[in-house]
Design a protein around this ligand. Structure first.
Ligand SMILES: Cc1cc2nc3c(=O)[nH]c(=O)nc-3n(C[C@H](O)[C@H](O)[C@H](O)COP(=O)(O)OP(=O)(O)OC[C@H]3O[C@@H](n4cnc5c(N)ncnc54)[C@H](O)[C@@H]3O)c2cc1C
Length: 444
């Protein structure tokens, strides 16, 4: 279904449209995902206990957790489930964010940090528990995530990370250069570690599977339903779409990098960066045996990180920071192909058949933010490229917030809504920073 028939032939809603088009339909994940269901737009007047804006992992996991608690939920998406980052990402299910246990304790204090760390530790499990519970056909694989050092200077930093997570009892191991070469299939890395609690999914299939699971629990899911306005009522809120109105006691905003101007200032709390990916077709058998034979996923230590994996059919997928556009052009794609062939010279004659991009919501403190925007209005956004596991578990936090009892949910702190200064200039700042980081990586 070409991006929900380009939102029922009205093309993409204004906040997501761009002159160059959108690469959702050209992604590997669109080409290989489980079939999409048709989620009809909201029409006329409806009522629900909790209205959720955004059908990515955050919104859908919230809906599932609400349904489990016996609370009626309705999910509205501007396009369709998985249209945002959830249908475009690398599918790496990693139970980590930027900060390690020591840094977390320094930032938040022992008690709060402990709650966040426990949430992180449970985050990958929460993904695999859902794929198992609902039998989601999303190639769920738990072979581990490797962080690989691209030079000697990067080794002490990740060695420290590994030691801290090992001290907390995580299922981790240190890998020397020879072990990395055998596991990854390239000799470009000098040291690294593996977290065996991590894994991979076909990200769009996972999102579509969550939507089907939510529906099976009685959740109403609507596609082609951009929420353009929300108005406060005496006993809740009304969400307005082109063809309908949804009355709700409470609202959860789960637009992440695709957040619109629905709530004043919310979109200005994050910078939406584009990450771009390319993928080959199924690798020839010899290369498939040589490159990531154990199906781990990998991120490297460069400032402009590359992350890569294979899918079950042996297609090699790699991503990195992209240009500021939802439709990365041939030149940007070729630059990533060239850098990939330096990493894996054996891919020199293998064509890359897919190229796409999606918005990563970046926060200034590199942590996901949970906001109570008003009584009965919640938002969670800003997974900083580590949202497959974390957004899924954030759904349980949001659902618990809606019930008014967060004591049994993972403990995650609320943040104040703080607009990023000079937010409107972020495109310029991002472009400059990425060019600078690429330069530094070249000389590192
Ligand atoms: C290219 C890329 C690679 C990534 N790789 C990884 C990875 O390997 N591992 C990892 O852990 N994380 C990764 N991430 C991050 C991860 O994908 C996200 O953190 C996660 O998917 C966020 O889910 P979400 O539900 O919060 O938001 P999204 O999936 O972005 O969903 C937001 C939804 O909200 C809808 N929406 C917004 N505004 C409105 C409105 N007004 N009305 C109706 N609907 C609206 C949009 O249509 C969209 O479907 C990556 C992200 C990208 C873009």
């Amino acid at each position: 279904m070409a991006t929900f028939d380009a939102v029922l032939r009205g093309a993409l809603p204004a906040p997501f449209a761009s002159r160059g088009g959108d690469s959702f339909d050209t992604s590997l994940w669109s080409a290989t995902a489980i079939a999409p269901q048709r989620y009809e737009p909201l029409r006329g007047d409806a009522h629900t206990q909790v209205a959720i804006v955004g059908a990515g992992y955050t919104g859908l996991a919230t809906a599932i957790a609400l349904a489990d608690a016996g609370i009626a939920a309705t999910v509205l998406d501007a396009v369709e489930p998985g249209f945002g980052a959830s249908g475009r990402n690398g599918g790496q299910v990693i139970p980590l964010v930027k900060y390690d246990p020591d840094q977390m304790i320094a930032r938040y204090g022992q008690a709060l940090a402990e709650g966040i760390l426990q949430m992180l530790e449970a985050s990958s499990d929460s993904v695999f528990a859902l794929t198992e519970r609902f039998d989601i056909a999303c190639e769920a694989t738990r072979a581990g995530w490797i962080q690989a050092a691209h030079n000697e200077a990067a080794v002490p930093g990740i060695r420290g990370r590994y030691e801290q997570w090992q001290a907390r009892g995580a299922n981790v191991a240190w890998l020397d250069a020879a072990q990395l070469a055998k596991t990854i299939g390239t000799d470009r890395y000098v040291g690294g570690w593996i977290h065996r609690g991590a894994g991979t999914v076909q990200p769009l299939s996972y999102a579509r599977g969550l939507a089907q699971a939510a529906v099976s629990l009685g959740v109403a899911v609507h596609g082609a339903s951009l929420v353009t306005r929300m108005t406060r009522e005496a006993d809740g809120w009304t969400l307005h779409t082109a063809q309908g109105r949804l009355r709700a006691d409470q609202v959860v905003l789960a637009g992440n990098g695709y957040t619109t101007d629905l709530w004043p200032g919310l979109a200005q709390t994050i910078v939406p960066l584009y990450s771009m990916q390319i993928a080959t077709g199924p690798l020839p058998a010899a290369l498939n045996d040589e490159i990531l034979p154990g199906m781990q996923c990998v991120s490297e230590t460069r400032r402009v990180v590359r992350y890569f994996r294979k899918d079950r059919a042996g297609r090699f997928v790699i991503g990195s920071r992209g240009p500021f556009t939802p439709q990365p052009g041939a030149a940007a794609g070729q630059a990533l192909v060239d850098s990939t062939r330096k990493l894996y010279p054996q891919l020199k004659d293998v064509p890359f058949e897919y190229r796409w991009a999606g918005r990563v919501a970046v926060t200034p403190d590199a942590m996901p933010h949970l906001h109570r925007l008003a009584p009965g209005v919640w938002a969670a956004l800003g997974c900083n490229g580590r949202g497959v596991a974390m957004s899924t578990l954030m759904g349980r936090v949001l659902a618990a917030a809606c019930t008014g009892d967060r004591s049994h949910a993972p403990q995650y702190p609320d943040s104040d809504l703080t607009r990023i200064p000079f937010h409107a200039l972020h495109r310029l700042g991002v472009a400059a920073a990425v060019t600078w980081f690429r330069l530094l990586d070249r000389f590192a």
